[in-house]
Design a protein around this ligand. Sequence first.
Ligand code: IPE
Ligand code: IPE
Ligand code: MG
Length: 244
Amino acid sequence: MNEIDPKRLPQHIAIIMDGNGRWAERHAMGRVLGHRKGAHAVRSTVKACRRIGVRCLTLYAFSMENWLRPRTEVRALLSLLEDYLETETGEMMAQDIRLTAIGNLSSLGEPISRKLAESIARTAENNGMVLNLALSYGGRDEIVAAAGRIASDVVAGTIVPDQVTKELFGRYLYTTGLPDPDLLIRTGGECRISNFLLWQMAYTEFYFTEVLWPDFRERHLLRAIVDYQQRERRFGLTSEQLKA
Ligand code: IPE
Ligand code: IPE
Ligand code: MG
């Protein structure tokens, strides 16, 4: 159990960090405390992925739809993000982690979008792992924005419609330059993708666990990776073809 094969690591792991509210409820606390506990799980998961040798970790921290939560909760989530950037950028430098972010980042407002840009710039030369935060992110929003920008470029004459391929489309997405996720982990027991990386997860392996995000530890991560490594990714081919 929990013996991972270092040669077959998922290069890119994406995580839907769900269950903070229910964790808080179970511990008779307010939802905000659940989010605060969730931030600890973020720190330990980043460290564990870096140690294991995962190349890229994308964390779904705040969805487009989450803006519709009560104002106090939205404010608390943004303030936790701000704290995270302030306290963890030094750690990212120490661990050689490059920070990136996807989503409608300007909607985060000041001072967060500025602090985010500063952390991204400061860590830009790091090579050990990419930590990619999905913030104010929606998969459909991302696809629609890409389609809009492609349409503008066609109108401007910088591309012609025949050039619009899957590869070109991918370059207009927020995730340009990152590999597609190999493994998606969702904590909190729900089996849905909630508007996360719709385009990029065409062939991602999904792993759902009942563990609530604030309780997620390295052993849960290892279990997910072991499960992933037992699967055969066929990409539409037959098993025989893959073995040939
Ligand atoms: C995930 O936990 C954190 C965010 C969505 C920002 P939730 O707050 O969704 O927790 P549950 O699903 O209500 O338990
Ligand atoms: C998904 O969780 C978004 C994040 C983890 C940031 P939600 O709690 O918002 O998703 P639903 O509402 O259960 O689908
Ligand atoms: Mg939730």
